[in-house]
Write a protein that binds this ligand. Structure first.
Ligand SMILES: Cc1cc2nc3c(=O)[nH]c(=O)nc-3n(C[C@H](O)[C@H](O)[C@H](O)COP(=O)(O)OP(=O)(O)OC[C@H]3O[C@@H](n4cnc5c(N)ncnc54)[C@H](O)[C@@H]3O)c2cc1C
Length: 407
């Protein structure tokens, strides 16, 4: 079958937070952009739910914040963790120098659908769902487009710039031959749902106990639960049997004890493999990777979405004019990496430190747990909670929207 063909200034592989935000920013600045997303919709559980103050600030700068905050969400001004029997506030956003001093918990599909609706208001925005990018088109060492499989057959897109925003298992970065530095992670996450009932808590819960870490996110009529396990230990857990796993969950959430029976088989418990990595070089002539495709983030701090958004803002700020004029150079692409590499490195270093010093220790413990020293100090000196709040909520180098609106 001959391929359908089209051409745009910028073609983005992947409609996650990075790809959708960049698509919107470029389209509203008059750059013709096509986003290709392999799934038919955004309705998937494994996506993170956290929108931090820096992302909400970007929404404000886009003039969208008030409307966005009418989408149902929970405002969480503090993140609490329970270590053994002791509740500790690990981050307090209420004093941050920003408009929204809270994390908005919202299912990611609501956020992405909102961005899509905004994108559709711009004449130069196109989104194609069910379009899976399979390969790049190259001409004398320059990427000049990409290929995708769609329900209508193969599609070939020619573009001045291809963006790899296709997440941690990026096809784009693999096809481009960009080399990856891996940092490892001591844990994976088991992801499942439990029913939510009247009288349950509203705020997200995080429990640290000997050998176990458990989080619960409020999604209205159900809890999205994450059970953190030592890397590669799912088979061992399965061998112990589902009743033992249910008892483990029930012990961590006494209020939901009667509901764990709803976990009827291992198929309803999905394994999310945690990986932390970073590209050495985020670009080639005609191509740039952003978001998890450039740097897969650990779930620690739930900052992956925000970094993806910050990358998109930085890329749009740097590339809108060159894209409009059809002259994107290697120097322009390098500037995006230079701008975003330092905050990414710093964030990953903090995540790796917490993975190795806290999570690994907790997962390896068998006797009752007391909070790690750093959290005990924070309990005594509450103003110290502002430090993690700043790192999590605003990040190391918050970006600001500088692109114009030319619909
Ligand atoms: C267990 C776990 C929990 C997490 N929890 C949180 C959290 O609570 N908060 C948070 O901020 N971060 C969290 N993260 C990290 C976060 O999910 C990512 O950092 C963030 O989603 C990155 O956004 P992205 O747009 O770069 O990539 P993604 O969100 O991965 O989006 C990539 C998109 O590309 C699409 N795609 C993939 N391949 C192709 C292809 N070949 N062709 C076309 N489309 C393609 C995918 O379907 C997807 O829509 C978590 C990570 C893990 C592992």
């Amino acid at each position: 079958m001959s391929a359908l063909a089209t051409s745009v200034r910028c073609c983005i592989a992947g409609g996650g937070p990075a790809g959708m935000m960049l698509g919107l920013l470029l389209a509203r600045a008059g750059v013709s952009v096509l986003v290709l997303e392999k799934h038919t919709d955004f309705l998937r559980d494994f996506r993170g739910d956290t929108l931090h103050p820096s992302t909400l600030e970007v929404m404000y700068e886009l003039g969208l914040l008030d409307r966005f905050l009418t989408v149902p969400h929970q405002k969480v001004p503090r993140l609490n963790g329970q270590f053994g029997d002791l509740m500790v506030t690990v981050a307090d956003f209420s004093t941050l120098p920003t408009r929204c001093r809270f994390v908005a918990f919202m299912p990611q599909w609501e956020f992405l659908n909102f961005l899509v609706e905004e994108g559709k208001r711009c004449a130069s925005f196109q989104l194609r769902m069910s379009a899976e990018v399979t390969d790049l088109v190259e001409d004398t060492h320059t990427i000049v487009g990409l290929r995708a499989d769609t329900p209508d057959g193969p599609l070939e897109v020619r573009a001045d710039l291809v963006i790899g925003a296709d997440g941690r298992h990026s096809v784009v970065r693999a096809r481009a031959g960009l080399s990856v530095e891996e940092f490892g992670a001591p844990m994976d996450v088991l992801w499942f749902r439990l029913p939510r009932r009247a009288g349950d808590p509203v705020d997200p819960l995080g429990r640290f106990d000997a050998g176990r870490i458990f989080i619960m996110l409020n999604r209205g009529d159900y809890w999205q639960c994450g059970f953190v396990i030592a890397k590669g230990s799912r088979a061992e857990l399965e061998a112990k049997g589902l009743p033992a796993f249910r008892e483990n969950v029930a012990a961590l959430t006494p209020f939901a004890r009667t509901r764990v029976d709803e976990l009827q088989d291992w198929k309803s418990i999905k394994l999310l493999t945690v990986q932390v990595d970073r590209l050495r070089r985020w670009y080639r002539a005609g191509l740039l990777c952003i978001g998890d495709a450039a740097h897969a983030m650990s779930p620690v701090g739930g900052v992956g979405i925000n970094l993806a958004i910050q990358d998109a803002v930085a890329a749009a700020n740097q590339l809108t004019v060159p894209l409009r004029e059809g002259r994107v150079s290697l120097k322009d692409l390098r500037k995006v990496q230079v701008r975003r590499e330092w905050p990414t490195k710093m964030t990953q270093q903090v995540q790796l430190m917490i993975q190795n010093r806290v999570i690994k220790q907790v997962l390896g413990k068998t006797e009752p747990l007391s909070p790690p020293l750093v959290f005990r100090i924070m309990a005594c000196f509450p103003f110290l909670r502002r430090i993690p709040a700043r790192i999590i909520g605003l990040g190391f180098r918050p970006e600001h929207v500088q692109t114009p609106v030319l619909r």
